[in-house]
Design a protein around this ligand. Sequence first.
Ligand code: ATP
Ligand code: LTN
Length: 358
Amino acid sequence: MTPNAPSSSAPSSPDASPIKDRSGVRVFSGIQPSGRLHLGNYLGAIRRWVHGQGATESFICVVDLHAITVYQDPEQLKRQSRELTAMLLASGIDPDRTHLFVQSHVRAHAEASWLLSCVTPLGWLERMTQYKDKSQKQKSIKTALLTYPVLQAADILLYDADEVPVGEDQKQHIELARDVAQTFNHTYGETFVVPQPKIAKVGARIMALDDPTAKMSKSSSTAKGHAVLLDDDDADILRALKRAVTDSGRDICFSDDPEKAGVNNLLTIYQLMTGKSQEATLADFASARGYGDLKKAVAEVVIEEIRPIRERYRQLMDDPAELDRLLAIGAEQARAVAEPKLVEIKEKMGFAVPAALR
Ligand code: ATP
Ligand code: LTN
């Protein structure tokens, strides 16, 4: 097996297949252990990471350092990082083909974030829409909420990632990572690959079921009727979709009209789950008697896809030692890339890096 190639058997030891060479496209993405995963996370990000495995070299990171930019109960954070890992594996992330690891297990992320903050103008961070939204909801705004995108740039640039598959809400952060890479390259010489955001044409912004004008979001996902959660049972999924807010009409169509946002969202979920075209999706509802039929059909396809994920998730959560073993392997593989890159950054900036760290 070449260091980057997928293998068919489970990695057996933490130092298995460290990545030294690179060939082909490299993908990096991250997800916060900030709550239970929802259908938007799955369709906008996770399922796309799963489908991309093997064709590209993939790094998927549980970004716990990002999660603490808003307060997380310490016991809960520990539990949530494991739960998220189990959910990613249950959804099809294959540790033989993806380097799956926890951000805080690779110290280079925090150190690179500091170094990159020294080339990032404050004004760029103050303009970020996520910062403006999230800071409005906090009584006391922590510095890290503002510098969050610099850590995200460090995540991506440490791996020289070519592509970053994310939902629409992350586009601005990836553009900032590109600007940081270009500024650093201009100031200190060619160092970083300038990454491309990869945003799906359909499903990049799955809307909340209780308010189809707002994005489905983990931080609101405990509100009843807001989302379908990946660990929901069949009855919960059916209930959430039956209650989904729609308009007072009867027309089942794809539309940009804000009035039709609820129906548009349900059709989009159905289209993604079935893999059908827009035309074939609409044909399935040509003889529907109303939104009740649409909601029932969407629930059926969602339940079919979520059920095996939920079952695998429960099995994986029964074996925390195995989850920790896989994460130790992932972190070792990530360090093999991130640590030499950090040395390169420091040398470019003029640090006297001790020989032992080179
Ligand atoms: P939070 O509410 O805590 O900010 P979140 O639900 O936005 O969480 P993240 O961990 O920030 O979830 O995002 C993980 C990935 O899921 C990102 O690539 C993000 O763009 C994507 N994503 C999140 N919400 C949606 C959504 N509603 N539709 C499509 N993609 C989404
Ligand atoms: N900010 C992202 C999570 C994230 C990320 C990353 C995504 C942290 N580091 C690097 C892509 C690449 C979010 O909230 N979804």
